[in-house]
Design a protein around this ligand. Structure first.
Ligand code: ZN
Length: 310
């Protein structure tokens, strides 16, 4: 079902309203068939259209499971072939995601099973400029610390998909709006090798500096962090998948190279201030020689000073 409030505040309300107004207008001159008949038909078509990505995900999840004979990639059976650094410069926080079911961004969404949502805190556990976050504060996306920060290629590769046309979705407390037809908003997909594709999503409109076919080197800037698509607040959504297609690929666990990770004070403080229980971050760090599996609750950074690239 469509959440009415969410729908009205989304970018999809306008097209629907236009259709309804057009119907009423035309009906003044031509006797159109029964309004209820038409509105139900329009509503049905729109519901199906709006739900397309969810349908795609449900269908895709099923196909992917069969394709992998119900044995999906995991850190027990898969090690990434390319060496990945973090897809940004400076210190960020792993707000969501990890390589276990408990830490997972969304275990049931197979492409995003090992996805990460990265945000940035200041030392006081705030996520945006000006005022404490109390769960109801209404602030603009651009006030968030991570908004506008550069997003880089985590490994060498070729750009295979790009979108850069959606404005930032609005932010209102903990509720998110999707002011775009694509839940990813603006994004860049890089093919790193035959079976490894990274997606950086919710990028800032007009910030993407690569196009399809561009060869990128690890550390090259691809765009900037924004709040486009289905997003509650500015953050970088990043994940690795084994094919190009968002709906028909399986997410891959990533062991990062050349990074540092530590428990985040900001993450704990932020939850404390909000009075929200910190979701368990146990087992959020696994170190294998010089590489790391990371998870929710850590502050992470590349060891190498990647800036000033470009
Ligand atoms: Zn995400």
């Amino acid at each position: 079902m469509i959440n009415i409030t969410k729908f009205v505040s989304s970018g999809r309300f306008l097209p629907t309203a236009t259709v309804v107004v057009a119907y009423i207008a035309v009906n003044q001159f031509v006797d159109l068939p029964n309004l209820w008949y038409w509105s139900t038909a329009i509503w049905l078509v729109l519901t199906i259209l709006l739900g397309l990505q969810s349908w795609g995900q449900i269908f895709g999840n099923f196909v992917v499971r069969i394709k992998h004979k119900f044995n999906l990639p995991s850190k027990e059976n898969y090690i990434n072939k390319s060496a990945y650094i973090l897809p940004f410069t400076g210190k960020w926080n792993v707000y969501n995601g990890g390589v276990t079911k408990t830490l997972s961004h969304s275990w049931g969404q197979i492409a995003q099973r090992y996805a990460y949502d990265f945000i940035a805190f200041d030392d006081n556990g705030n996520v945006f400029e000006g005022g404490e976050y109390d769960g109801t504060a209404n602030t603009k996306p651009e006030n968030y610390f991570c908004h506008g920060r550069e997003i880089i290629a985590a490994a060498d590769g070729v750009v295979v998909a790009v979108k850069d046309k959606y404005p930032d979705s609005r932010t209102t407390g903990l509720r998110g709006f999707c002011d775009a037809w694509d839940i990813r908003g603006n994004f860049v997909v890089i093919r790193h090798n035959e079976g490894e594709y990274s997606t950086s999503a919710h990028l800032l409109q007009g910030s993407v500096v690569v196009k399809i076919g561009d060869v990128v080197k690890q550390g090259d800037v691809v765009g900037k962090c924004g709040n486009s698509g289905n997003s509650t607040e500015p953050h970088l959504h990043w994940h690795l998948q084994n094919g190009k297609n968002f709906f028909l690929s399986a997410g891959l666990p990533v062991i990062f190279s050349e990074i540092t990770a530590e428990d985040s004070k900001g993450y704990a403080l932020w939850h404390e201030k909000l009075g929200v229980k910190t979701r368990t971050s146990e087992g959020n760090l696994e170190i294998l020689e010089d590489k790391m599996y990371i998870g929710r609750g850590l502050d992470v950074q590349n060891k190498r000073d990647i800036s000033p690239y470009n």
